[in-house]
Design a protein. Structure first.
Length: 219
């Protein structure tokens, strides 16, 4: 059964949609890994943002990647918005979604359409310091306030709950006594740029299997 799974996944090239609201540094790290040949069997086919001024859109344009600015305010209802979003992805045959600083919750209809094919990176060691309101500098402020000795980054599959999907990869950083939320954020961002491309590589190689809400990395 394992061999059948690997063979099927290896022939399934990742056509990635990147969702981003901000600068797009994680998007850029994944794109660079693809361009350098560190990730095979994967292409970023579209970058989608709710923010017309997102740096991620500019990076995409500079690299001749299709861009889409779309947000809920442009539509009469949630259903119309999500239907349009799915339709736009279908037009370019998206089969995998990467959230790279996307500041909106993903609708259950999209999660269902891309079951176990949506990933996110979170700037803490989940399940700690996750959930609603835990994003950006707020995460690092909470970690520092809790006097943790370690923090880090987590790549996880996206489900219907904030930051609760199965973990794919994590990496730890040590917190020094003089660290501030800002210095910790810089440390964590550095390792985000390391583990996010690595996680995408594992998916592209067909090495990630989800079994009863647990991740199995096939060697």
């Amino acid at each position: 059964m394992k061999e059948i799974f690997i063979k099927r996944q290896l022939t399934d090239k990742l056509n990635i949609a990147v969702f981003a609201s901000g600068k797009g540094s994680n998007f850029k790290s994944i794109l660079e890994s693809i361009k350098l040949g560190k990730i095979h069997n994967a292409d970023i086919v579209i970058v989608i943002s709710n923010n017309a001024d997102a740096g991620a859109l500019e990076i995409a344009r500079e690299n001749n990647i299709l861009t889409l600015h779309i947000n809920r305010r442009q539509f009469a209802s949630d259903d119309d918005f999500n239907a349009a979003l799915i339709s736009d992805m279908q037009k370019v045959r998206v089969n995998f979604i990467v959230l790279a600083g996307y500041m909106k919750k993903i609708n259950p209809n999209i999660i269902k359409a891309f079951k176990n094919r949506i990933v996110n990176i979170h700037p803490a060691l989940l399940p700690k310091f996750g959930g609603k309101g835990m994003y950006g500098i707020h995460v690092h402020e909470a970690v520092i306030a809790s006097k943790e000795k370690f923090s880090g980054a987590s790549v996880h599959i996206v489900d219907e709950e904030y930051d609760r999907g199965p973990l794919v990869l994590q990496k730890i950083v040590q917190i020094e006594p003089n660290d501030t939320p800002e210095t910790l954020a810089a440390k964590v961002l550095k390792i985000e740029h390391e583990i996010y491309p690595e996680a995408i590589r594992l998916f592209a190689e067909g090495r990630v299997k989800v079994d009863r809400q647990k991740i199995i990395i096939v060697s």
